[in-house]
Ligand binder design. Sequence first.
Ligand SMILES: [Zn+2]
Length: 239
Amino acid sequence: MAEASDSSLFGRWRSALGLAAGAPAQPTSAHAQPAQQPAPAKAPEAAPPAEPQAPAPGTPRTDADAAKHRRCERFKGKLLSSSAMVKFMMKELDKSGCPFVPEHFKCLPCGPSYSGGFAPEYGIVLCEDQIIDKSHLGDTMVHELVHAYDFCTVKLNFNSCANHACTEIRAAMLSGECRFSRELLRGHPGFSKHFQECVRRRAILSLKQKPLCRDSAEEAVRGVWESCFADTAPFDEIV
Ligand SMILES: [Zn+2]
């Protein structure tokens, strides 16, 4: 794909965004660990998905940038064909009348603070320059698919901090960010205190990325916590 069209697409996507200001990537270099490490009880925490920022105009694409793009596309293809969570969310979106196709996922450079984003007109951006490993990209895809699902099935108003807090709680809960999704698929939801704290923290981080909600993020998450943390749709159908 031509770089020019990527850039203009990104610009249009970015300007259309206004809504899915996702989570900021945490400064997690200390947490980031190699993909080969098994995920034990204390799994390394990947950066939460978030609203990407446009690259600086005229920034030249280097060979390293091109390699990151190819890596993102390769991981994306593998996850679309083999990730149970991604496939399940895609199927649920289809059933809900909002079919997603692979072309709706776009690998683009985002800058240092984000790992993904969703805008209804353009789909899901995967930040090719921020991918830690395939598992992290899978978490990002599911996180953004939860936003897409909520946008499809509920009249979400992304200009409402309460609405946005709810979908961020659900995205943090249902993606692998807090290592809950695998338990859900096994029918063993692990509502541990640690898990709740993880979801709460990441939802607040996401919401703080949105200027409108920056100062009220904690309050907004607290206000909708009980109802949104209890809402595991579409997963309750398979447990
Ligand atoms: Zn988000």
